[in-house]
Design a protein around this ligand. Structure first.
Ligand SMILES: Cc1cc2nc3c(=O)[nH]c(=O)nc-3n(C[C@H](O)[C@H](O)[C@H](O)COP(=O)(O)OP(=O)(O)OC[C@H]3O[C@@H](n4cnc5c(N)ncnc54)[C@H](O)[C@@H]3O)c2cc1C
Length: 464
């Protein structure tokens, strides 16, 4: 079916009148590719989102066309879900109430590069922003491991951190300097947010406004060398990694994997021996010699990165991709360990004792305001179910003092990143007065309990 087969008053036909039929995909088989993302990491989400539908997918090529789409959707009362590359892990870009999906990848380009700042259009591939920064001797402070395909607006609305976080922190560490967004009204307004006012749009799944410009922090570029550090003692490796990130060498990435999970990183697993726990490092090339010495002194060995795949193919949520390939029935969890070194190491030990071979520890790091934050993106292998067993495991993590971000929910507040609820409510109310943006994702209780911090987000809010 094409839009020309539709009666003129269907939403798809109305939008075809705006954009041209070739840039509107009517709901049905052709649109199905836009109803998939990486939420299949979770068996719970895979089930919950299996029947998602869409009336039409719109592919505007300019901000003005985007504005016209948004105005029309507001006039028709049609739900709007924005979409970048569709690499989100929690169904962020899958509409719960049908309506239109707007693919922003056509609205791409670097607008401006200044010392410490790059401004881009929403659909800009993050790698294009990184390349533009590198051309001037700078690099992105933080970017997702999917930076080769994911978009700037998708990253800040659906992601949280990634490569660079070990040195510069995550999205909430002043790495997103400003945004501009369209309100979802019959006459959309452009709203500019700067500094802390940006926070409500971070990781709130495109529910607040339609981003048209993103300004990201740049830092001086380094030349990096990828390396593998291997130990036969996971506690020693985690202690080494913590000290490395907290120390004086420049580390853009430090991705720690206990041996069972390390063996699942198939394309590089041949570089180390079975039973070795590894850290994948991207370090300043000038620091490599010092790093090698420290590894040897701590009882480990350094392995040169002679594998073809780029190091970005393995850390953060990429790890789960490899675990799912190796163990198709595996699942996952996201959590944050204590930033106190001793407490972190005690948590690592307690989890190994309680869930050997199940909770495969994979630790990334972020440095926030001088604090070293170990983050768990954990393959779960052989978990009997996602009800009692998962709840028991999450409860155990919480007893140990870990913060758990539940990746088995498409509701923002369950992920624990809402932040200041009052700020989010205020901006949502003024920017999306008809409640058309990605409806259902903020969670019902969010609205019924206006002004109150959702219980699931309290820990995360207190932390930030
Ligand atoms: C293998 C793998 C590795 C990953 N690694 C990381 C990682 O290192 N760090 C990390 O943070 N995440 C990671 N992710 C998650 C995801 O890839 C990133 O968050 C990514 O940046 C999302 O970008 P996208 O373009 O695919 O966005 P999409 O998934 O298409 O969208 C994400 C959200 O952004 C919203 N959105 C998109 N454009 C707009 C707009 N213009 N205005 C308002 N809202 C908008 C969408 O509605 C949706 O809610 C990973 C995922 C996978 C599958």
């Amino acid at each position: 079916m094409t839009v020309t087969d539709l009666t003129p008053d269907t939403p798809a036909a109305v939008f075809a009148g705006l954009l041209g039929a070739d840039r509107v995909v009517p709901g049905g088989a052709e649109a199905s590719a836009y109803l998939r993302d990486f939420s299949w990491y979770s068996p719970v989400l895979e089930n919950a989102l299996a029947d998602t539908t869409v009336d039409a997918v719109l592919r505007p090529a300019t901000v003005e066309e985007l504005r016209a789409c948004v105005a029309t959707a507001a006039r028709l009362g049609v739900p709007v879900t924005l979409r970048g590359a569709g690499t989100g892990n929690y169904g962020q870009s899958l509409p719960l109430q049908s309506g239109v999906v707007i693919d922003v990848r056509g609205i791409a380009g670097v607008l401006d590069v200044q010392p410490g700042r790059i401004s881009v259009l929403p659909g800009t591939v993050v790698k294009d922003a990184e390349d533009a920064a590198l051309a001037g001797g700078q690099e992105l402070a933080v970017m997702p491991s999917t930076y080769r395909i994911s978009t700037a607006s998708g990253f800040i609305s659906g992601g949280s951190g990634g490569i660079g976080a070990a040195a510069n922190g995550d999205l909430w560490d002043d790495n997103i300097l400003a945004v501009e967004l369209l309100t979802v009204e019959e006459e959309p307004r452009t709203v500019r947010l700067e500094g802390d006012n940006v926070r409500p749009v971070l990781h709130t799944y495109g529910t607040i406004g339609v981003l048209t410009r993103i300004e990201m922090r740049l830092v001086p570029a380094h030349e990096y060398t990828p390396l593998i550090v291997a130990f036969r003692d996971f506690p020693a490796l985690t202690a080494f990694a913590f000290d490395l990130v907290a120390g004086d060498l420049h580390v853009r990435l430090c991705s720690v994997h206990e041996a069972t999970g390390a063996a699942m990183l198939t394309p590089i697993a041949g570089l180390y021996s079975p039973g070795e726990d590894v850290a994948l490092l991207w370090v300043d090339s000038g620091d490599v010699a010092a790093l090698r010495e420290r590894v040897t002194a701590a009882g480990g060995r350094t392995i040169d990165w002679s594998a073809k795949p780029h190091i970005s193919q393995f850390p953060f949520s990429h790890t789960i991709l490899w675990a799912r390939k190796a163990e198709p029935t595996s699942s996952w969890l996201q959590c944050e360990y204590a930033s106190d070194r001793g407490e972190f190491l005690a948590q690592v030990a307690a989890l190994r004792d309680r869930y050997p071979g199940v909770f495969l520890q994979h630790v990334e790091f972020a440095t926030s305001a001088g604090r070293t934050r170990p983050l768990g993106i954990t393959p779960l292998v052989g978990l009997p179910d996602h009800e009692e067993s998962l709840e028991e495991l999450i409860a155990f993590c919480r007893e140990l003092g870990l913060i758990v971000m539940n990746p088995h929910s498409y509701v923002v507040e369950e992920g624990g990143f809402v932040g200041d609820t009052a700020q989010v409510v205020e901006l949502k109310t003024t920017c999306d007065p008809h409640g058309l943006l990605n409806p259902g994702k903020l969670g019902d209780s969010f609205f019924t309990a206006r002004g109150l911090t959702p219980p699931s987000a309290r820990a995360a809010t207190a932390r930030r």
